[in-house]
Each structure stands twice: as C-alpha cells, then as structure tokens.
Design a protein around this ligand. Structure first.
Ligand code: ZN
Ligand code: ZN
Length: 250
C-alpha cells in the first residue's frame, strides 16, 4: 500500500544551483555525506549538493527563478534532482490546494482530494526516475506546504484514505479545469477505464471556458464546484464524472 509519495520538484527549471533555508526561525539540519550543517533563521542559506538530505519545513529555491516552502523529506540526486518525499495525505492536500481556489465548495474540494489520492495510489512506481511524480501538470501540480486549517487540508482529512475504484483496481483518476459539456465517449485510459460521455451542465452554460484543453476526461473542476453549490456530496460528484466507479477505502 502506498504511504509515501515522491515528487521531483523544480525539474522544469533544470537547476544549476539549489538553495535551502529554514522556514520561519526554525532550526534545520542538513546532512551532506558525512557532514551535518545546522541552519537557523531564514537568512541562513545553504547551496545543496548531490547527496544532501534534510527533513522538516524548509524553503527551497532555484535562485532568481522559483522559491517554495515544503514540509517533508528532501534528498538531492545527480543532476541536482530534488526529490521531495511526502506522506500520501500531505501530497493530496498540497495538490488539492494547488489545483483549486480555497473558496471552492467543500464537497468539490473533497471530490478532488479523492481523485488525487486515487491517482497517486494507482501508480505506486510513480511516472519518473526514483519512483517519482513531477510537480507539473504532467503528473500532479504542487506548490508547497499548506496550513492544517486550509480548506484543502480539511477536505483531505474529511476523505482520508478514500479512493476511486474501478472493477478491482484503483483508478488513475484524470481531471481537468473544465470539460465541454459533451465529452467524447469511449476514450479508454491506460488503466482500462473508459471515460464515458457525461453531461456537464456548467460547461454547457459556459462554453467559452472550455477552449484549449489538453483533455476532457474525468472530473470537471468547474462542473464539480457547480454541483457542490447545488448541494451534491463529494461521492455524488464523483459518481457523475466517473460513472461505474465506486469510492472505497485504501
Ligand atoms: Zn510527470
Ligand atoms: Zn464541465
């Protein structure tokens, strides 16, 4: 059973330098080979080398390009590949927070959490080297750590361990920002699930939102928020966008 998720972060930037600093004023201990360095306070930066690893809450940056705060375990592999290991539930919460605005109705956040958890849990070998997922839309979008009272964290907790199952397998659940309201039927996914055409009232009313979409499979985030506003539960939303599946516990 998948308990941890490895995310390869900042790969998009092909970093030649990777800096780490403690978040807040906490103490951070970085291990690089046989040496240990203690960093205290935000100003204390360290340039990471291959083989360094660290656990805790820290700010990771590619100088001049991107800076994010994560909580988890980080290790640096050749090519300055930054691998962040999170427990499954933290990875789900961070993805939901990156995918949807915090003002999204709770039932839609919960449906998204179940879809994201299913995606991670269905691919125990990840999709990249080191059994990792990437932090772009190719795998799962992740921006960083979130507070425990963040709506995405609450939705994750409310659905803890729940996944979508199709026949005897966990579904590699796909989702998109908007569908078209008239999805193509019969498009099979790699896991064998056939994404049926389902109506999406929201997108039918707002056809302008659906241009330039990579795919229209699975959960429609705009439609899910709309259904949640009409009082539908997370399970009802999922049943609508993933017909033939059921919600089950890991
Ligand atoms: Zn990827
Ligand atoms: Zn839609």
């Amino acid at each position: 059973m998948l308990r941890e998720v490895v995310i390869s972060v900042f790969g998009l930037f092909h970093p030649t330098e990777l800096d780490i600093a403690p978040a807040d004023h906490r103490l951070l201990e970085v291990t690089c080979g046989s040496t240990r360095k203690q960093l205290e306070g935000k100003a204390r930066k360290l340039s990471l080398k291959v083989g360094c690893h660290v656990s805790g809450t820290f700010t990771l940056s590619v100088p001049g390009r991107i800076e994010r705060t994560f909580t988890g375990h980080l290790r640096v592999e050749p090519g300055l590949t930054a691998l962040l290991t999170l427990d499954l539930e933290s990875a789900v919460a961070a993805t939901v927070a990156a995918e949807l605005p915090s003002t999204t109705p709770a039932a839609a956040l919960e449906a998204q959490a179940i879809a994201v958890r299913s995606y991670f849990a269905s691919l125990p070998a990840g999709r990249h080297a080191y059994r990792a997922f990437c932090d772009t839309t190719h795998c799962q979008h992740i921006r960083g750590a979130i507070a425990s009272d963040h709506p995405a964290a609450r939705a994750t907790k409310a659905t803890q361990g729940l996944v979508l199952q199709y026949q005897s397998k966990i579904l590699t659940a796909m989702y998109s920002a908007a569908c078209t309201g008239s999805r193509q039927a019969g498009v099979a996914n790699a896991d064998g699930y056939v994404y049926a055409a389902v109506p999406c009232n929201y997108c039918q009313r707002h056809p302008g939102n659906t241009k330039r979409l990579a795919h229209r499979k699975g959960l429609c985030q705009a439609g899910a928020a709309d259904l949640a506003r009409t009082g539908k539960t997370a399970e009802e939303i999922l049943r609508h966008y993933y017909p033939g599946t059921r919600v089950t516990s890991l």
